[in-house]
Design a protein around this ligand. Structure first.
Ligand SMILES: [Zn+2]
Length: 167
């Protein structure tokens, strides 16, 4: 019977698709202790957050959190990313992941939110995100915006942005 229960568990990604492309973060926040969302049981071991191609193409009309826009130029995914850093959190997260690095795509409202142990992991997380966007979806990140430049943008980070031609 345990086998059958396992088979009925679904992926976080499937839940995203089956619920009108609601964001991963929304689903995760709505999960109760049984890992159920709208009656669907989501396997805690299958919480990968692949970039959704439909969302990237902006074919799905969603209602992202509207931040104040800094320009009208963000038309495509990757045109302008807004980065911010949150933490340290008061609640001790598993594995000491006390910082959250938010990368919000202005054009689509897509939110990528890696958790980190220290602020200086932001550089590696950004490089990984940039690689994933390009390799999986051919997306070029063109501009990044942050109010906390000196706080977490290391010299390695800014050098990398310059090398990649990212403003
Ligand atoms: Zn989607």
């Amino acid at each position: 019977m345990a086998f059958l229960i396992e088979r009925n568990k679904i992926l976080l990604y499937d839940t995203h698709i089956q619920n009108g492309h609601v964001s991963y973060e929304y689903i995760k926040k709505a999960l109760d202790s049984d890992h159920k969302y709208l009656g669907l049981q989501i396997d805690p071991l299958k919480m990968e957050e692949p970039l959704c191609k439909a969302c990237v193409k902006g074919k799905i009309s969603r209602a992202p959190i509207r931040k104040e826009r800094i320009s009208n130029r963000a038309v495509n995914f990757g045109d302008i990313l807004h980065m911010d850093l949150w933490g340290p959190s008061l609640v001790h997260a598993p594995g000491g992941l006390q910082y959250t690095f938010t990368i919000l795509d202005e054009a689509t409202g897509w939110l990528h939110e890696p958790k980190m142990r220290t602020k200086d992991e932001a550089f590696g997380r950004f490089v990984a995100w940039q690689s994933q966007c390009f390799t999986q979806n051919g997306i070029h990140i063109k501009m990044v915006h942050s109010d906390h430049g000196g706080e977490f943008l290391s010299k390695d980070f800014t050098n990398f942005l310059e090398k990649e031609g990212i403003v």
